[in-house]
Design a protein. Structure first.
Length: 456
């Protein structure tokens, strides 16, 4: 049984050469643990669900029949292109094209259930006719949906997968690999509803237009049943599969602390799919961990922002904070601390204004010894405009607008008072002149009367 552990051995060899604090025990422990797995499955893989890092693989690129774990891709397309509350109407072909005796929930031709109910039927009871109905609902036909499944798998990076149906019933041209199924399983974690779906142990579909009785659905995955001898406390859920040609297959998820793992086993016998999966999870949690190095928006550095003045001299007009654009999550050996990581960046020593919030300023690379673990873009947290210098100067010598308005008001009041006083003076002068004219006229009239009297 040949194991492919190149990525693990390379990382551990680097640790041995560049970070002696680990000594040789870590490398030997991890490799010994990997060798000790001795899986029953012909093909298997274990990955970190957050980073996609391969932690263990055994013939993970070998092609095998997937059986009902095919339905994970069916669920993925349903979540990507469907609506949980829309109604699915089942055709004759969807209901009656499945193999006699294969898994079903007795859906009838013309029966209607919601997409939500259909997905519970697929994940809990592995209902083959329900998978067909979902396929027709999404793409119009089962054939078109199968082509869609294969195309979507390629988009995810799958290189050894070809789907011919939505349910996983045997077809010689229907195959996949452990590595490809891990990629599909990882994509499903983007949907919160899928996490709820895969962890569900029991679900009821109420009476429909064709079925007067309630349907009671029970999960088949023994890893999440606490009454099962195969119960695994950290398992979040998964999908089982079986056909004569495929043997036992299983895709499962488990989370312990901040570390979430995905395992895939293909072509297993007996109950080997459960014992293999448990062994893979135990190995993963014992030897590796997931760690967040930087969160989105984390401060990284401050960079001066400059502009050229009239003399073509550089002047600093402010600073901008470089922050991480997205989180950086890495997979580390279990005994490694974040302090042992090296972080280098490509940030400039200064920035030329203007700088816009969200603008890429550079990048940061995270490594452990010589092993590159991840790279992240660093962006500006705020905007610094070219006019920042003038704004800064005005901030240093702010104009007191209240004082200006007060002064203007006082001046206006003084002018008003002066005008009133001048007006009063002019009025009095006019009044005196009118009185003087009246007195002169009276005197003239009296003088005239006197002269006339003398004449008489």
């Amino acid at each position: 049984m040949q194991l492919k552990k190149c990525s693990i051995l390379c990382l551990l060899l680097i640790l041995l050469q560049t970070m002696p604090v680990f000594g040789s025990n870590l490398m030997h422990t991890a490799s010994d643990a990997a060798n000790a797995l001795a899986l029953d499955a012909q093909s298997a893989i274990l990955i970190d669900a957050s980073t996609g890092t391969v932690l263990y693989e055994k013939e993970s690129d070998a092609k095998h029949y997937p059986a009902s774990i095919t339905k994970l891709m069916t669920v993925l397309l349903a979540l990507e292109y469907g609506n949980l509350d829309e109604t699915i109407t089942f055709s004759h072909d969807a209901v009656f094209s499945i193999e006699p005796g294969s898994s079903h929930i007795a859906i009838d031709e013309g029966e209607q259930i919601t997409m939500r109910q259909a997905l519970y039927g697929i994940m809990l009871q592995s209902a083959n006719e329900v998978s067909n109905g979902v396929a027709e609902h999404i793409d119009g036909s089962m054939e078109a949906f199968a082509q869609h499944m294969t195309a979507r798998a390629k988009e995810l990076g799958c290189t050894g997968t070809n789907f011919t149906n939505a349910n996983g019933l045997h077809d010689d041209n229907h195959y996949t690999t452990a590595h490809d199924m891990a990629l599909i399983a990882k994509e499903l974690l983007k949907f919160d509803f899928f996490r709820e779906l895969m962890a569900t142990l029991y679900y009821e579909i109420p009476p429909t237009n064709k079925q007067p009785e309630t349907r009671y659905l029970y999960a088949q995955n023994q890893l999440i049943k606490d009454s099962s001898i195969f119960y695994y406390e950290y398992c979040e859920g998964g999908k089982t599969g079986y056909t004569t040609q495929a043997g036992n297959t299983l895709v499962a998820y488990a989370k312990k602390g901040d570390t979430e793992l995905i395992s895939v086993v293909l072509q297993s016998t007996g109950y080997g799919e459960y014992t293999d999966t448990t062994a893979l999870f135990d190995y993963g949690f014992a030897n590796f961990k997931t760690a967040e190095v930087l969160a989105e928006g984390d401060f990284f550095a401050s960079i001066p922002v400059i502009t050229l003045n009239k003399k073509e001299e550089a002047e600093e007009i402010g600073t901008v904070m470089a922050v991480s654009k997205t989180p950086v999550v890495v997979t580390l050996p279990a005994s490694t601390s974040l302090e042992q990581l090296q972080i280098t960046d490509t940030l400039p020593s200064t920035l030329q204004a203007p700088v816009t919030a969200g603008q890429k300023l550079g990048s940061a690379s995270i490594s452990l010894g010589e092993e590159a673990l991840g790279t992240i873009d660093l962006v500006a947290q705020e905007t610094v405009a070219v006019a920042a210098e003038a704004e800064t100067l005005s901030d240093k010598n702010p104009v007191n607008l209240k004082l200006i308005f007060l002064c203007l008001a006082i001046i206006a009041l003084i002018l008003l008072i002066i005008r009133l006083i001048v007006g009063k003076i002019m009025y009095e002068k006019k009044k005196r002149r009118r009185r003087a004219r009246r007195r002169r006229r009276m005197q003239e009239l009296q003088e005239k009367n006197r002269l006339e009297n003398n004449r008489e």
